[in-house]
Design a binder for this molecule. Structure first.
Ligand SMILES: Cc1cc2nc3c(=O)[nH]c(=O)nc-3n(C[C@H](O)[C@H](O)[C@H](O)COP(=O)(O)O)c2cc1C
Length: 211
């Protein structure tokens, strides 16, 4: 597949991209060109951050052995934290939309090693404090850029259960940590609108009004 990485995604309307940048957890095995990874990472660098300190560091893991190691940690974390939800999803009374999401999450946990890119958004701590407020705007920009260029991804944080081990594997310094793991690849399905509460339930002018 030959891609013009300069122009790809440049024509996607921002608001429509936002409305359809949902969690994608099933991927084709085709590799992702490094220039495209650079492009979505660059979108991350345009995010706002406190004092414009830009504390982010991006580590895109493509090496198969490293991805296997990361996937093993992720699966362990998933099994520990999500097992009750997995049981709930097996209940026939469980809402079908939530069951679909749960099945997607299970699929990702079982197949993470095969996702072509494990994109970590890491960053410096400040005076020993984590700085998620200066990192997650970059995460969202990267997710939107993936959507624009036709890649799929999903914000995940479960790897934090083994953060120390994973940060070491990534070669991060002592005063850095990985906040998010974005599995990136070519989506198997189409982008669709996610299920969300209506804006009219969330938006208030001047003062919140209890329903
Ligand atoms: C802070 C945060 C952490 C998340 N962690 C995980 C995760 O570890 N694994 C996972 O599969 N999804 C994770 N998600 C993805 C959410 O499940 C997903 O955004 C939500 O279900 C909406 O999905 P949709 O956009 O397809 O409707 C996380 C999302 C956020 C915002």
């Amino acid at each position: 597949m030959s891609l013009d990485t300069e122009t790809i995604g440049e024509d996607v309307a921002l608001l429509e991209g936002m409305r359809t940048a949902r969690a994608i957890r099933r991927f084709k095995s085709d590799p992702v060109p490094p220039e495209l990874i650079r492009k979505v990472a660059e979108a991350g660098t345009f995010a706002p951050s406190g004092g414009n300190r830009q504390p982010w560091v991006f580590v895109a893991v493509t090496d198969a052995g490293r991805r296997r190691e990361i996937a093993a940690y992720y699966k362990k974390a998933f099994d520990a934290y999500i097992e009750p939800a997995r049981k709930a999803a097996a209940d026939p009374g469980f809402p079908s939309s939530r069951r679909k999401a749960m099945e997607g999450a299970i699929h990702l946990a079982e197949n993470l090693a095969d996702v072509p890119v494990h994109f970590f958004v890491a960053g410096w701590t400040r005076r020993g404090q984590e700085q998620p407020q200066s990192i997650f705007p970059a995460v969202q920009n990267i997710l939107l850029a993936c959507r624009a260029v036709g890649l799929g991804s999903c914000l995940t944080t479960l790897h934090r259960a083994f953060g120390k081990e994973i940060d070491e594997l990534l070669g991060l310094d002592e005063n850095q940590l990985s906040y998010a793991l974005l599995p990136i690849g070519w989506p198997r399905g189409a982008y669709t609108k996610p299920l969300r509460r209506s804006v009219d339930e969330c938006l208030f002018f001047d003062r919140y009004r209890r329903p």
